[in-house]
Design a protein around this ligand. Structure first.
Ligand SMILES: [Zn+2]
Ligand SMILES: [Zn+2]
Length: 182
């Protein structure tokens, strides 16, 4: 099951606002892959919603519930203004009209989501002894080979199989040449 497009979600959100008798039914919806454990969020004055694709791809059947939850925040703001509790009776009654339980938190597993995905891998070459490493996390400090300090040449590549392979294939001479060392 794939996730709906932002356009499909915008149409659905507009339908919901119409059902709730909101005059201005325009809502912008975007997928934001930088969200970690939050399923969605609403920007009331902007009238926009962001949904978490990494989380919701684990439970695509929850997309309508999360969309409705966030759309109800925008609807409540347009109907009743800013001085109402976020998950109070106004918001809850909109959820009930939409036929959904007014639950505040999602129950989708967030295991592993907090850790941001690595974007790059690094090849670290010691300038003094030529010791090479592709460490799990880039650290400076003392070389394991010769214990000289902070004398590393570092090359980076995208964190893909091909990127890692490219770093492994890179000769130490080539790395030194890139940094203008003979
Ligand atoms: Zn909420
Ligand atoms: Zn060294």
């Amino acid at each position: 099951m794939t996730l709906p497009t932002a356009e499909e979600l915008e149409q659905r959100a507009a339908q919901l606002l119409g059902q709730w008798r909101v005059v201005d039914t325009a809502v912008r919806v975007a997928w934001n892959d930088r969200l970690t454990t939050t399923a969605g969020r609403a920007f009331l004055r902007l009238g926009s919603i962001e949904l978490n694709p990494r989380l919701l791809s684990r439970a695509p059947e929850q997309v309508p519930t999360v969309l409705t939850h966030e759309a109800a925040h925008i609807a409540a703001f347009r109907l009743f203004g800013a001085n109402i509790p976020a998950h109070g009776r106004h918001w809850r009654s909109l959820m009930r009209i939409a036929g959904l339980p007014p639950e505040v938190t999602h129950k989708i597993s967030v295991r592993g989501l907090r850790k941001a995905k690595r974007r790059y891998v690094y090849l670290r070459v010691c300038e003094s002894c030529g010791d090479r490493a592709i460490p799990p996390a880039l650290r400076y400090g003392r070389c394991h080979g010769c214990s000289s300090r902070d004398s590393f040449l570092v090359m980076k590549a995208p964190a893909t199989v091909a990127g890692r392979q490219a770093l492994e294939n890179l000769s130490t001479t080539a790395v030194r040449a890139k940094f203008g060392r003979a």
